[in-house]
Design a protein around this ligand. Structure first.
Ligand code: MTE
Ligand code: CO
Length: 424
C-alpha cells in the first residue's frame, strides 16, 4: 500500500541522524537521532551546490516537485461503472495542515467536469422573486466579496466501510473530503437583489453540466452562510471544482455544493433536479428513513500513521496526526486512544480552529515499538461525540451508504505497517 518514496534513499535517514543530535531537545534522549560517523551529505559538496538551479521562468505555473508525485487523487475502479459519473479521493494521508490544494482535492461528477468560460457564464435567479435576474460573471464580481474556509464532504464518504473494514488507507476510507479557502459573494446578497417573495421557502440550485445536479436548500440556510464562490485557495476555481462559479454550503453534504452554478429558483417546496434523488434520506434497518440528513455530523480520522503512511522510524518519539471536523460548528476537542479505546487523551488542536472547516490535531507520544490500535474521536462545540461504528450500526443498520461518521481504527504492527480494522 505504501507509495511514499521517502525511504528509497537511505542517505536521508543518515542526514536526520546527523542533524537532529545537534538540535537536541526534550525528545532527543529517546530517539536514535545521533551522528554515526562521517555522513557524505554533511561532509561532501553535493551536485546541487556545485551548479546553478533552474532559472525563474522554468515553470510559469509550478507543479509539485517530482519527489512528491505520489501525492495524488486516486480512485477505486470497481466502485462506479463509468469514470464520468464517479468519484476519486483526496490523499489526506500525505497532506498536513488543513488546506487541500485544488490539484489533489477529490472530485465527484455525475456527468463529467465541463469547460465553461467566464464569457459564456450566466446565472439566473427566478421563481418566487420580485425581479427575475440574469447575472454575468462580471456582474457577480461587483457584489461585496467575502472569504471563508469550509470543508466539503461527500455524503458517501466512508460508505464502503459500513459492512466492515474494507479499504487500506484513509485516502479511500475518509478521502471524499476537501477543505479550501473560498472567496465569493453571499447568496443572500444576490437573493436580496432579486427580492424573495414571502411564499418562497426553498432555494433550488442547479449546475450547467448535463446532470445539472439540481438540489433544494432551505431558505434559512441560503440566507445564512451560503457563498457563490469564484476563488479557492487564492486562485480561480479549477475546472473540476466548478469553474468559474460554484456554491459553498458550509456544514452541508457535498452534493448541495453545486458546481458550474447556473440557476437559483425560489419555490414554496423542495424540488428535485433532473437526476432522480433520494439524497436527503438514509434508510433505517426497520424500513423507515431518516429525512433531511444534509448536515454533516462531527468526525475525525488519524491520517498518519495509517495504512498508506506507516511508521518507518522505529520506536521512540512518534507524532500522530489527523483531521477533525463538524458541520455543526467548531471542533471543541479531539481525543486519541492508542490502546483500542480503553483509555483516551486529548490531542493538541494545531493552528486556527474554524467553524465548519477542517481542524488539524497532533498527538505526541513515545512509542514502545509494540503493536497498537489507534483511533481518534471528535467532540464538537455542541457536545456531540463521534460514535463508534458499532454504535452507529446499532441505530442505522448495515445497509447504509451515506453519513458514516464513525470512529476509524488503525492496527499498527510492531514493524510499523498499518491496517484498517474494526474492534468490537
Ligand atoms: N455539481 C454539479 N453541477 N454536478 C455534480 O455532479 N456533484 C456534487 C457536488 N456538486 C456535482 C455537483 C457532489 S455529490 C459532491 S460530493 C460535490 O459536488 C463534490 O465537489 P468536488 O468535485 O469539488 O469535490
Ligand atoms: Co457527493
Amino acid at each position: 500500500m505504501t507509495d511514499d518514496p521517502i525511504t528509497t534513499g537511505t542517505s536521508r535517514r543518515a542526514f536526520l541522524r546527523g542533524t537532529a543530535a545537534a538540535g537536541a531537545g526534550l525528545m532527543a534522549a529517546a530517539t536514535t537521532a545521533r551522528a554515526e560517523g562521517p555522513d557524505p551529505l554533511i561532509t561532501d559538496v553535493q551536485p546541487w551546490a556545485s551548479e546553478f538551479g533552474d532559472p525563474v521562468d522554468a515553470a510559469p505555473y509550478g507543479a509539485p516537485i517530482r519527489f512528491e508525485s505520489h501525492v495524488v487523487r486516486r480512485n477505486v475502479e470497481w466502485l462506479t461503472e463509468s469514470p464520468v459519473s464517479s468519484i476519486n479521493f483526496t490523499p489526506i494521508h500525505a497532506l498536513e495542515g488543513t488546506i487541500t490544494p485544488q490539484g489533489c482535492a477529490f472530485e465527484r461528477h455525475h456527468s463529467g467536469a465541463i469547460e465553461l468560460s467566464k464569457a459564456d457564464y450566466r446565472l439566473m435567479i427566478n421563481g418566487l422573486v420580485e425581479t427575475p435576474l440574469v447575472f454575468t460573471y462580471e456582474d457577480l464580481t461587483r457584489f461585496p466579496r467575502h472569504v471563508m474556509t469550509a470543508f466539503c464532504e461527500c455524503a458517501a464518504n466512508g460508505g464502503m466501510e459500513w459492512g466492515g473494514a474494507q479499504l487500506e488507507g484513509c485516502q479511500f476510507t475518509q478521502g471524499m473530503i476537501h477543505n479550501m479557502e473560498y472567496t465569493g459573494v453571499l447568496l443572500r446578497d444576490l437573493l436580496a437583489e432579486a427580492g424573495v417573495k414571502p411564499e418562497g421557502k426553498w432555494v433550488y440550485v442547479e449546475g450547467a453540466d448535463a446532470s445539472s445536479n439540481g438540489r433544494s436548500i432551505p431558505l434559512e440556510k441560503a440566507m445564512d452562510d451560503v457563498m457563490v464562490a469564484f476563488f479557492a485557495n487564492g486562485e480561480a476555481l479549477r475546472k473540476e471544482h466548478g469553474y468559474p462559479v460554484r456554491l459553498v454550503v458550509p456544514g452541508f453534504e457535498g452534493n448541495m455544493w453545486i458546481k458550474w452554478l447556473r440557476r437559483i429558483g425560489i419555490y414554496d417546496q423542495a424540488v428535485e433536479g433532473r437526476e432522480e434523488t433520494s439524497k436527503y434520506t438514509d434508510m433505517m434497518p426497520d424500513g423507515r428513513a431518516r429525512k433531511w440528513t444534509w448536515l454533516m455530523d462531527a468526525k475525525s480520522v488519524i491520517t498518519s500513521p495509517s495504512p498508506q503512511a506507516p511508521i518507518r522510524h522505529g520506536a521512540g518519539p512518534l507524532v500522530i496526526t489527523g483531521l477533525a471536523w463538524s458541520g455543526h460548528g467548531k471542533v471543541a476537542r479531539v481525543d486519541v486512544s492508542v490502546d483500542g479505546g480503553k483509555t483516551w487523551a486529548p490531542a493538541r488542536l494545531s493552528g486556527d480552529v474554524k467553524s465548519k472547516a477542517l481542524t488539524r490535531f497532533h498527538y505526541d507520544m513515545n512509542w514502545d515499538g509494540q503493536e497498537m490500535f489507534i483511533m481518534s474521536r471528535c467532540i464538537d462545540e455542541t457536545g456531540y461525540v463521534q460514535p463508534t461504528k458499532q454504535a452507529l450500526r446499532d441505530i442505522r443498520g448495515v445497509n447504509n451508504v451515506y453519513h458514516n461518521n464513525s470512529i476509524q481504527v488503525w492496527w499498527v504492527h510492531a514493524d510499523g505497517e498499518v491496517e484498517n480494522v474494526e474492534i468490537a
